[in-house]
Design a protein around this ligand. Sequence first.
Ligand code: B12
Length: 493
Amino acid sequence: MRTLLIYPEYPATFWSFKYALKFIRKRAALPPLGLLTIGAMLPEEWPKKLVDVNVEKLTEKDLAWADCAFISGMTLQRDSAREIIARCKDANLKVIAGGPLFTSEYDQFEDVDHFVLNEAELTLPPFLADLEKGCAQHIYETPEFCDIRGTPAPMWDLIDLKYYATMGIQFSRGCPFNCEFCNVTALFGHRPRMKTAGQIVAELDGLYNRGWRGPVFFVDDNFIGNKAYLKAHLLPALIQWQKDKKEIPFNTEASVNLADDPALMEMMVEAGFDTVFIGIETPDEESLAECNKQQNKNRNLIESVKLIQRAGLQVHGGFIVGFDNDTASIFQQQIEFIQKSGIVTAMVGLLNAPTGTRLHERMREEGRLIDSISGDNVDGTTNILPRMGLDVLREGYGNLMHHIYSPEYYYKRAMTFLREYRRPRVRTPLDFQRLLAVFRSSVRLGIFGRERFQYWKILSWTLFRRPQFFGLAITLAIYGHHFRKICNLKIAQ
Ligand code: B12
């Protein structure tokens, strides 16, 4: 079976970093880890080709070569996925689909021959067995969660690493918390399931031996879901791994209770972590109670963020407006919180109710579901009727986003962060493209940009006060340019 593995195109979004990647001449932020993992699970003798439409074109030659197509994707890639499926059917390919998009809405895709849903570790083997016997069914799904100690390492050879800014690897799936709006527990369960330290080291070796020297993102739902294992096994192994290497910076996602464990933060920094994404959601205690975000309640969230920054971890934050408890004052509250926290990359979205969440259930019961989810949680859309009214919510959201990403607020926040941040142990290596990015940004942002005054101000301030962060200040300036473009393109003020 000649197999095409296809990753559909995603539009320019907050996390696509499309307008920032241009500065370092990369085509996408991350490779499609799901498909790379599927590649490693398919029979070895099947010839395989992966086409990530975000970095290269899917050609007629590719389609003519293949016997079948395995397609993955997120909800956000819905339109591109439809187009690709149609092209595959025109080329008489057997189409097999899996991953988050199809697991949440497979009934919307009539032309797919086989859906292999949920975790492929459990659903792919029965599909392959049936296929061989000539009796493959239309849908393979399971309510179970697999043991990821059996998950093979991604098949890195299927991609050209040079197109990507960051590589992803996955240590764990699942999250011990139970936030009402989040679909992680529905998709991956409550009990964090982990790979062994040995598996992770082997995956990192795989990347390193192929010449990868850039950042690696641990794509876990909550990296600190099992702190005891991290401290006893994974982090010591990562610290050891970095020792005889050109060091590689890591980043990941975690819950805010990371701030309560100085020893854990210290070990993470020692292991090479420099950034962590945290779901802050809201500074309003009542709204935190409403969405059952227990881990964020009854704490000084600003102080927690600062503790993490002072330990040497930059905090990227997720924020939500539109909780039932929120009133029109929430927008100003969020602006003040975000500015004070020094969270430069603040992903703010409207409350949405993805299928499978308790929020979706509650909204359905209350008759407040209005639309299907767009899949982009920073585009100012929602699939529920908010208590404060859609117009008030949209207007307040637009103002909030334009405010926090205006050059004045953005650069002020970046300086707040750079004052607090402790230099991480491992630093992003300076390659040729990153060096050129200094020049490109000084022309694009420093001469032609609306932010030119703030751009030179932060660079000169950093040079004199925090020279160790000069490169980081340029990176933040480039990110700001991307976020501003996204706001202007997608969010009405
Ligand atoms: C890394 C990641 C990203 C990366 C990008 C990844 C990429 N290549 O583009 C970044 C940070 C950019 C990102 C952004 C976003 N993400 Co994201 N992201 C993840 C995360 C944390 C890990 C994905 C991953 O690599 N997993 C590891 C691999 C091995 O697992 P997998 O892809 O699920 O694959 C398994 C199965 O799904 C299946 N499978 C997958 N594909 C296929 C294909 C076939 C044919 C078959 C048979 C099986 C199969 O088999 C695999 C092995 O079990 C997931 C959460 C998660 N735990 O998966 C969210 C997740 C995928 N993201 C999500 C979302 C919503 C987003 C955003 C839209 C907004 C946001 N909340 O961040 C943005 C926008 C994306 C963009 N590009 O603009 C949702 C998707 C939900 C959905 N229904 O689409 C998830 C599930 C998180 C969540 N809680 O809802 N994301």
